[in-house]
Write a protein that binds this ligand. Structure first.
Ligand code: PLZ
Length: 452
């Protein structure tokens, strides 16, 4: 066993110098050493995109144990919107840790849980009576949304969409579309999950939102029947599936159909929520008022917390004791959430996400003019992406995508890919990133594309 030498405490947060700086190759020698330990100690199924090991993070920077400072275009997959170790979060968490760490809310309660529920009821779209239940992870909240919808309707079937991602537990694997790496070999999957076609403007020949919704509804009516359907679950902008923004009108038409047929409409805003898309919730862009909305990731500044919020009659249908879990709505995570949610408001981060959209869209469109391998530039707010293709055929180019990401990583930019075809580069910077760092990151991307 290695005993760490005494070292000064490491501090992250916005005071971390906001500049990219490489002092070793990436990954550096200490990260490589730690990665060897990881390989010997951690299950191989827990993959690592970029094997640098972090010692501090804040603003738009991740600093690794070799002393390299990398630009963060990932936010830990859309989690640290308010910035890593944001001071308000650190303060709230420290105070809560010192007061009490856990009681189990379903044994003896505490105010933080109730206050988070009140905030979510107020902030989520829809001016109707709402209730909230808290959980730990996005997948756990999705599972519970489905449980609640089934209990409320007395029906069993659930519809998810092509390219969907909803998690890695058994039910959420069933809801998730992509086999590799999420599902392959992990079946059998939960029954009564059905898949409908999505609106994917870049790949469905510009089908209108209304027409795409009609196509999906036809599949649902023919293959399942509304009378058997408890819920439709959809990401308003698909995340892991490729940052797919459906054609205008698709989501409203689906919601109208769900309402007309007493089907619970669930928006999975785990990735799109909390200012990320230039609205507090992505549902707002098209005036959607989901019956249930699932949130996680950006809710608590990096602490594990998730929620289901929605219409009081649906949320209250489950009997007391039917929803819960030892750690659900942990007091430390709730304290973090209250500070985080307040920061989105006090720091105008919805507006900041819109500014970042303008900055990213401008640069990405300019790159696309000279590089036809960029087939599409899309997204909303600080959730933008490019889809890389063979310019001659429009076929997805996953190999190129991998090369670009690797070149960016080597140059000190944390860049994530996604997409059913593995050919989408996504941009999820912390909303706390400066324009200078964002532009420098985009310069790194430009160079990585040129070298690939
Ligand atoms: N719903 C829309 O994006 C998580 C997955 C990371 P958990 N996305 C990141 C990985 O490879 O495991 C996600 C999502 C949407 C649900 C989830 C699941 O959220 O907190 O990861 O369980």
């Amino acid at each position: 066993m290695t005993i760490a030498p005494t070292a000064p405490p490491v501090t992250g947060g916005p005071s971390l110098p906001q500049r990219r700086e490489l002092v070793t190759e990436i990954p550096g020698p200490r990260s490589r050493e730690l990665h060897a330990r990881k390989t010997a100690a951690v299950a191989d199924g827990v993959g690592v995109t970029l094997p640098v090991y972090v010692e501090a993070a804040g603003g738009g920077i991740l600093r690794d144990i070799d002393g390299n400072s990398l630009i963060d275009f990932g936010s830990g997959i859309a989690v640290t919107g308010v910035g890593n170790s944001a001071p308000a979060v650190v303060e709230a968490v420290s105070a809560q840790v010192a007061a009490f760490t856990h009681t189990c809310f379903t044994i003896t309660g505490y105010e933080g849980y109730v206050a988070v529920a009140e905030k979510l009821n107020e902030l989520t779209p829809g001016d109707f009576d709402k209730r909230t239940a808290l959980f730990n992870s996005g997948a756990e909240a999705v599972e519970n949304a489905v449980k609640i919808a089934r209990h409320h309707t007395g029906r069993q079937a659930v519809v998810a969409f092509d390219h969907a991602y909803h998690g890695r537990t058994n039910l959420t694997m069933a809801l998730t579309a992509k086999a590799m790496p999420y599902k392959s070999g992990f079946g059998p999957f939960a029954p009564e999950v059905y898949r409908a076609p999505l609106s994917y403007p870049f790949r469905d020949g510009g089908l209108s939102g209304e027409a795409a919704a009609a196509r999906a509804i036809s599949v649902i009516e023919k293959q399942i029947g509304a009378a058997n359907l408890a819920a439709i679950i959809i990401e308003p902008i698909q995340g892991e599936g490729g940052f797919i923004v459906p054609a205008e009108g698709f989501l409203p038409a689906l919601q109208r159909w769900a309402r007309a047929n007493d089907v619970v409409f669930i928006a999975d805003e785990v990735q799109t929520g909390f200012a990320r898309t230039g609205a507090f919730f992505a549902s707002e862009h098209e005036g959607i008022e989901p019956d249930l909305i699932v949130t996680a990731k950006g809710i608590a500044g990096g602490l594990p917390l998730s929620a289901v919020t929605g219409r009081a009659d649906i949320m209250n249908s489950a009997h007391a004791g039917g929803l819960g879990g030892t750690y659900t709505g942990n007091p430390i995570a709730c304290a973090a959430a209250l500070a985080t949610i307040e920061s989105y408001r006090s720091e105008n981060l919805v507006e900041r996400a819109r500014e970042l959209e303008t900055l990213f869209r401008g640069r990405l469109n300019a790159l696309r003019v000279n590089d036809r391998r960029i087939g599409d530039v899309r997204g909303r707010g600080a959730m933008m992406a490019i889809e890389l293709v063979d310019p001659a055929t429009g076929e997805p180019d996953a190999a190129l995508t991998g090369r670009v990401a690797a070149a960016a990583h080597a140059a000190g930019l944390v860049l994530l890919t996604c997409g059913t075809y593995g050919n989408v580069i996504r941009f999820l910077p912390p909303l706390a990133i400066s324009d200078e760092l964002a532009l420098e990151g985009l310069d790194v991307l430009r160079d990585a594309l040129a070298a690939s």
